[in-house]
Design a protein around this ligand. Sequence first.
Ligand code: AMP
Ligand code: MG
Length: 412
Amino acid sequence: MPENIVTYAEAIRILQREAEKLAPAETQELPLLETMGRVLAAPVLADRDQPPFPRSTRDGYACIATDLRSGNPLRITGQVRAGEAWQGPPLQSGEAIEIMTGAPVPTGADCVVMLEHVIVEASSLRLKEPRALQPGENIVPTGAEAKSGTVILPAGTRLTASRIAAAAACGYARPSVFRRPRIAILATGDELVSLEATPLPHQIRNSNSYSLAAQIQAAGAEPLLLPVARDSQADIVSAIGNAQACDLLLLSGGVSMGKYDFVEQALHHLGAEFFFTGAKIQPGRPVVFGRLPHQYFFGLPGNPVSTLVTFALFAQPLIAALSGEVSGGPKFVLARLAHEVRGKAGLTRFLPARVNYSIGGNQDAAEGATAALIPWQGSGDLASTASANGFAVLPNDGKTLPAGSLISILMI
Ligand code: AMP
Ligand code: MG
């Protein structure tokens, strides 16, 4: 079988090319609260102007800006609160109407003066000290946030808390979202035993099926854990047959050059097309990406950290595309290296790192958070990697990055 080992940048281009071909067909209408993390299949439109009336942003007094400048006291003629419409006549020069935050500003008023800035005596009002209010001050005009009918969230948007709020504000009790993609997980390896079994000294617990399932769930998709396949072409071929109803197949292990690595042969036997058979990355070099007649697949290297990294780099964005999300790639943040790090020419490296945030998060975004690499024993070392919250990206130019350099961190 011909090899095709690509750079990280080429791998991403190939992925992008394939992702653009994907469009999920099935949609569902779900109760709004069940749509967190789902992708909109239809846009959310403003069903009326937002705000629907000129909204006061302060507790205070609605009045006319030029009246305040005159310094003459204003006569308070009434009150309007949130949830009420002003029932009286339009406000006239010389008048003020007490108003609460969120209440509709009465016709005739052009500003709201804050409660804190006035003195009220015997239903008349004056400024505590001279200040020039502008017309429009402390008022959001009708439709200033969104005009009725405008698109607030386009189809292809993944719903977050703030977007669910926007949909709620427009009355979307049951938005239309895409079905979650179903992702099959097939771990391969003669050494693997289930979590329930007591491993013999030479056996290894199957942790990859669990890390992958967790990453799939975090990516907004549904994992299907298949029974572990043994290191034989026949066993892998028959196991792949059980994944046909899934939108994507993730295999772990068996993609290296070893004598008992049969995954590529099994895929080839089933008529797979291979887009790449390795990437110049570390960890994760043996990663394979391709297509079977009915679904895309990734052959992820079995070393647990390689599996984690290659999922985050390649499988997650493809799952985003299968979910209907527009440009849903992995998340990188910038951080400053706490110490010097040496790169390796020709390899893009993703090394377990701990990004330090204070309780206030990373407030000074320009400064960047700081990141320290975690000492580890290589891509089989789950115990050390478990204390990482990201992977530092070391470019493939082989340069040494001094302490304080800004680097990208792939967040996990
Ligand atoms: P392989 O990619 O099959 O050559 O496996 C590389 C390393 O990853 C070996 O040390 C395997 O024991 C380990 N490994 C493979 N699959 C899993 C798995 N599902 N869970 C944990 N470790 C695994
Ligand atoms: Mg193996």
